[in-house]
Design a protein around this ligand. Structure first.
Ligand SMILES: [Zn+2]
Length: 354
């Protein structure tokens, strides 16, 4: 389906990522009127050589918003304008930055950029996070506009008078909101952790981190290596967690949340160990295994009291070698005198017959 590209709008999300969205001449596509399409990032726009006024082809993929698949160059108007990707945040004017290896531009003004601040608050209050009843997008907007709330910790400092003075609030709704905020102090640690909005830490990851590190202090103190050793936590998440806690403003925020009485320790009981066969032993896991996926085998090691680390060193107890392990790892382990275990030998170690 072909239509015309009218202009590009730049949205700023919770993490500061800028998302360009194409506005189109409305066109009927698969039974719905389409007015907008995804154009992903600056690279996409440049690679497509998109220009305002171009006739473009759109397609509905799996996403709600369709995408632009190609440009009809033969119909390009003579006076078409190239798209100049903004150098500054369209909302707060801060120069945008681009992280190495990432296609998106970011507004780095985490503390002062209104859409980022509001989106963080909305993320925090959602059902899967703090689940604050009586608080929605519109109230967040009002609290922000009135200058009452800038960080999630500010929510816990709101007074009856401040809320009551907001448009649309009466006695009962004010009491309900205060009660909702108060109730959220009991939200379990994993929900608080998710609510903080650390990049790449979704609800499932938050659950795993909370269960493993038990408290915000434990997580904040974890090294990159300790983070990567948690099943299903990769380097990207680990680095993001490290970055988060190395920012003094975030540490300050956590102290404020602590003072506000939020749950910063896990109350979920640890899964009991299956055995202590691997107690105190460290493992590097490499290659492919017949019985388990990579993450599963890490969990098996943990359930038997062992610990998975990422790097081979002289202190390492075992290199657990599956199929297709790289030769460099084997050589390094051999050079350092680290025992190399096959999957069968590992099975015997945990008392299971291969
Ligand atoms: Zn901004």
């Amino acid at each position: 389906m072909a239509t015309r590209l009218l202009h590009i709008e730049y949205n700023v999300g919770r993490t500061g990522a800028v998302t360009p969205v194409a506005h189109l001449e409305p066109v009927l596509l698969a039974g719905t009127v389409v007015k907008r399409a995804s154009v992903h990032n600056a690279n996409f726009i440049a690679d497509m050589d998109l220009r305002l006024g171009d006739t473009v082809y759109i397609e509905k993929g799996g996403e709600i918003i369709p995408k632009i698949t190609s440009v009809e160059f033969s119909k390009r108007p003579l006076d078409s304008q190239p798209i100049i990707y903004p150098h500054e945040c369209p909302v707060c004017g801060t120069p945008l930055v681009r992280q190495e290896g990432e296609a998106a531009h970011y507004c780095p003004n985490e503390r002062g950029c209104p859409p980022q601040i509001k989106a963080r608050l909305e993320h925090f209050i959602q059902r899967r996070a703090m689940n604050i009843e009586g608080l929605g997008e519109r109230t967040i907007e009002q609290l922000y506009e009135q200058g009452l709330v800038r960080t999630v910790a500010d929510l816990y400092k709101l007074s009856y008078e401040q809320i009551f003075a907001l448009e649309g609030f009466k006695e009962l709704s004010t009491q309900n909101l205060l009660a909702g905020i108060d109730q959220s102090r009991q939200a379990p640690f994993e929900q608080v952790l998710f609510g903080l909005g650390i990049r790449y830490v979704g609800r499932t990851v938050a659950d795993k981190l909370a269960r493993h590190f038990r408290s915000i202090d434990g997580l904040a103190a974890a090294s990159l290596e300790e983070l990567v050793a948690v099943p299903e936590i990769g380097e990207r998440i680990a680095q993001s967690v490290r970055d988060y806690f190395s920012n003094p403003e975030h540490c300050q925020l956590i102290e404020e949340l602590r003072l506000a009485g939020l749950q910063l320790e896990s109350t979920v009981a640890d899964t009991p160990l299956e055995s202590a066969a691997l107690e105190g032993k460290s493992f590097v896991v490499s290659g492919v295994f017949s019985q388990w996926g990579r993450d599963e085998i890490k969990e098996v090691i943990a359930r038997h009291g062992g610990k998975v680390v990422s790097a081979i060193s002289a202190k390492l107890d075992y290199l657990l070698a599956g199929d297709k392990m790289g030769p460099a790892k084997r050589q390094k382990a051999e050079a350092l005198g680290v025992p190399i275990l096959s999957e069968d030998e590992f099975m015997r170690l945990i008392g299971k017959e291969a």
